[in-house]
Design a protein around this ligand. Structure first.
Ligand code: NAP
Ligand code: COA
Length: 284
């Protein structure tokens, strides 16, 4: 089995991101929350953004308890450009009018076959994941260019092959990977880098619970070459590398952090789970 995740401070210095200002969408939970805390642990002033103010307040409290740093919360929907602008502007101005790091982790997903996926359901996931990522980048563009900052887009591996029940999310994440490459070619001249992380299954997160229900989880574990599920800490390590000066000549690239999972994985219960003979949360 692979070695367990180590603490980020045993790899990166505590002042790696000193004086940096970072915005993490989806920073109220799961992978986004872990990245937000990791950035703060290494010196950054962090803003977390999501729809649910209560969840953001709790995450900010947790961040402060762990790092001793204050944390700003921004309650907005990434589908709503006007609200993003009006919520973020005063916060960023208070923090110096520049943004060094933008992490796009906000997303929505569920398992659904195309036959059960309404046009609105498809559009909803594209709007949150792909258009939401674009919207936040656009709202932040002047602040990022001013800081010669960098962007980190949280992607996935399901678009690397055909993944049944994931038409909506796979299309959205493929689009996000394309944004990562294309914007890298335009904003490099401004000194702005943009990269991505494609996580494999990260234990105990919302995505893991939604996408690996029932005993698919045990089956999935067997298929991971490094023989364990990922941790939020595994993603924190890659995020610190990509957002720090250690990656100052890396742009337009999406790093896969998945224990080798996508290289070997099959879709559990296929094809019965697709034809509906087997329920989505079946015991396999
Ligand atoms: P999560 O805890 O559900 O995180 C998603 C976050 O996005 C939530 O905090 C949610 O907060 C926010 N959000 C959702 N819709 C939003 C909207 N319209 N506007 C603003 N914020 C919104 O899920 P997670 O599993 O940690 O996933 C985080 C990222 O990792 C996602 O991009 C996901 O695709 C990616 N990923 C996860 C895994 C995994 O195993 N977990 C694997 C591959 C990729 P509110 O509900 O408060 O808005
Ligand atoms: N299967 C099929 N369709 C579904 C679905 C499911 N499991 N869940 C929602 N939908 C459809 C709805 O029926 C609706 O379509 P309709 O109008 O044709 O009926 C459409 O998707 C929008 O649903 P709604 O609940 O209005 O969207 P929302 O904007 O409130 O929420 C979601 C977005 C659906 C993605 C919600 O699950 C969410 O907020 N997720 C965030 C957390 C998350 O997914 N984390 C994991 C990240 S990997």
């Amino acid at each position: 089995m692979a070695a367990p995740t180590v603490s980020t401070t045993s790899v990166f210095s505590a002042d790696l991101l000193r004086d940096k200002v970072a915005l993490v969408t989806g920073g109220g939970s799961g992978i986004g929350k872990g990245i937000a805390i990791a950035l703060a642990r290494h010196g950054a002033s962090v803003i977390i953004l999501g729809r649910n103010q209560e969840r953001l307040a709790q995450a900010a409290k947790d961040l402060t308890a762990e790092t001793g740093k204050a944390c700003e919360t921004a309650s907005a929907d990434v589908r709503d450009v006007k609200s993003l602008q009006s919520v973020l502007e005063p916060i960023v101005n208070r923090l110096g009018g520049k943004l060094d790091i933008l992490v796009n982790s906000a997303a929505g997903n569920f398992l659904a076959p195309v036959t059960k996926l309404s046009a609105n359901a498809f559009k909803t996931v594209i709007s949150i994941d792909l258009l939401g990522t674009f919207n936040v980048i656009k709202v932040c563009q002047d602040w990022l260019i001013k800081a010669k900052g960098n962007i980190l887009n949280i992607s996935a591996t399901l678009q690397y092959r055909g993944t049944p029940l994931q038409t909506h999310a796979a299309a959205a994440k493929a689009g996000i990977d394309s944004l990562t490459k294309t914007i890298a070619t335009e904003w490099g001249v401004h000194g702005v880098r943009i990269n991505g992380i494609a996580p494999g299954p990260i234990a105990s997160t919302e995505g893991w619970q939604r996408l690996l229900p029932g005993e698919a989880r045990d089956q999935a574990l067997r298929n991971i070459p490094l023989q364990r599920f990922g941790t939020v800490g595994d993603i924190e390590q890659a995020a610190l590398f990509l957002t720090s000066p250690a990656a100052s000549w890396v742009t337009g690239h999406t790093i896969v952090v998945d224990g080798g999972e996508w290289l070997t994985s099959v879709f559990y219960g296929y094809p019965d789970i697709v034809t509906g003979k087997m329920p989505l949360d079946a015991k396999l």
